[in-house]
Design a protein around this ligand. Structure first.
Ligand SMILES: [Zn+2]
Length: 161
């Protein structure tokens, strides 16, 4: 769902999108390929991107710093070895005992092995390299991640092209 100004607002299901369009609160920007909603006598193309008619003032969105959101940001992948689908922990890049804080920039997802090997060292001291620079997620990144692979046609609207 796009704001009146075409900035992405959020992701809604098809039912809500169709309802907004039928209520003339939004227009269809893009339809999904080969997908139709059928009534008794008609077939409507399924909306994939809609734009609402009235500008919605968006409140400042802040990601909450917690374990789940760090795992999510890091795609449930160890940021040192790339392991996925293994038990995960949160690692302080700069260990707490060396002054590292509980911040988006200092907390990363690590598998149990890497966390144990790293201990109270800096990554470079044990030959580890971060796969991604940890930072605070923004709403647009969250939406980009959510839609990364499956919905190609959304890419231009999420500034991925
Ligand atoms: Zn690892």
């Amino acid at each position: 769902m796009l704001n009146q100004t075409y900035e992405p607002l959020h992701i809604c299901d098809v039912k809500r999108a169709v309802t907004l369009v039928l209520m003339q609160k939004a227009s269809v920007v893009l339809t999904a390929d080969h997908l139709y909603l059928h009534s008794v006598s008609q077939a409507f193309p399924v909306p994939s991107v809609i734009r609402i008619h009235q500008y919605i003032h968006v409140q400042h969105w802040e990601a909450v710093l917690n374990k789940t959101n760090i795992f999510r940001r890091d795609n449930y992948t160890c940021q040192y070895c790339g392991a996925h689908g293994v038990p995960l922990t949160i690692d302080h890049v700069i260990p707490k005992v060396r002054g590292g804080g509980d911040t988006w920039g200092n907390l990363v997802t690590a598998c149990v092995d890497c966390n144990n090997r790293k201990g109270n060292h800096l990554p470079e001291e044990v030959g580890f390299k971060l796969r991604n620079q940890p930072r605070k997620p923004h709403k647009i990144h969250t939406m980009q991640r959510f839609t990364a692979a499956p919905i190609e046609e959304w890419r231009p609207y999420l500034f991925l092209d």
